[in-house]
Design a protein around this ligand. Sequence first.
Ligand SMILES: *Cc1c(COP(=O)(O)O)cnc(C)c1O
Length: 436
Amino acid sequence: MGGECRVGVVVLGLVGSVTGLSTPTMRLRVERNANFGKLQGGYLFPEIGRRRRAFAEAQPELAERVISLGIGDTTQPIPPNILEGLVSGASKLGTSDGYSGYGAEQGNAELRSRIAERVYGGRVGAEEVFVSDGAKCDISRLQLMFGSAVTSAVQDPSYPVYVDTSVMMGQTGEVGPAGQFEKLVYMPCKPENEFFPELSETPRADVIYFCSPNNPTGAVATKAQLESLVERARADGSIVVFDAAYAPFIRTPGVPKSIFEIEGARECAIEVNSFSKYAGFTGVRLGWTVVPDTLEYADGSKVRDDFNRVMTTAFNGASNVVQSGGMACLTDEGMEEIDALIDYYLGNAQILRGLADDLGLRHCGGIDSPYVFLDLDGRSSWDTFSAILEEAQVVTIPGAGFGPGGEGFLRLSAFASRASCEEARARISKLTHLFA
Ligand SMILES: *Cc1c(COP(=O)(O)O)cnc(C)c1O
């Protein structure tokens, strides 16, 4: 009898799971991580996507005309030699000689030394390079290492990841009325300071996030500026996390492509970098972080040892297929292909700078950088974003999405086709009434 009863229960359970029914009174007794409640709105790009879809639904006849100069995602195909690296990496896995399983968590030794040699000209050692699935992921893992007790400083406006990961880690308080988180140091970057922070007015922080060429402002720090940043970090005993994701866009001689071109940086800086914008690897996923052996915490322990611990615990090495693609990027042929890709995007940036001139708007970037940051001269960035979407069917990014310091600016991205950039310029330059 008891047996029959149990069969009945099993059947009911199956019906429940198939139809997706669940007991309505079930409630988790797990408290939400309060830091997630502090985060502001959605992440910027989903909000842009939501507005774009809402526009397409409201005006379906115009939906096909939409051009995106928005999200900083590459659009041009991966060039042949680099692609061959990816393909041969995959093919090898189908042979008994070429097959490999888990690799070193820090990355393929040959790729690490090629990065050290070809990207850094030997300024850093192969054992200081940690290969990863991307710079954004590395920023999160650096935060895991720094923990919740540090104070962080960010440029304002900035790439949202530095702020949001600092909040998630519990380094900050709540967001205040001006849109700034308590206990996070904001370093305003604006036309008055040529988008480089006034370091003398900046309170000390343990970790300083700095991005050059900058997303979103397009500003590129000069050697003298980076020297002053390193000097300040050394004086304060702080760590600079230097984001060099756009380094290969730098074509002007004398402009540093790495923080390690600056004397004294090896004792105070970490660099995150990525093949995403170099080689169109945004979907492929490959990046790296350099942690110098000479970087030591207050107790004399090596930062590199802790980062190694994070990588061996919370990461299991970048994909072997993808690392084979990374190797191909750093051959002579691959580097020529990267140069050609970047020339193409820089040509687009030139067109977008021309658009700023057409409209008579001040702007930053577009030289040594894929981003042009339009100064809207006090106009609202979300209003201008919406007006350009509705009247010209072009998606841009409102500066306010990058922090309170971005209000009054609009970011244009050169990661589009040449034809899209020309068409966007033609359409937007007619909207003079928006900027009169
Ligand atoms: C695109 C971008 C990256 C690259 O991130 P991945 O995770 O490597 O794709 C890093 N930093 C900034 C500022 C970026 O804009």
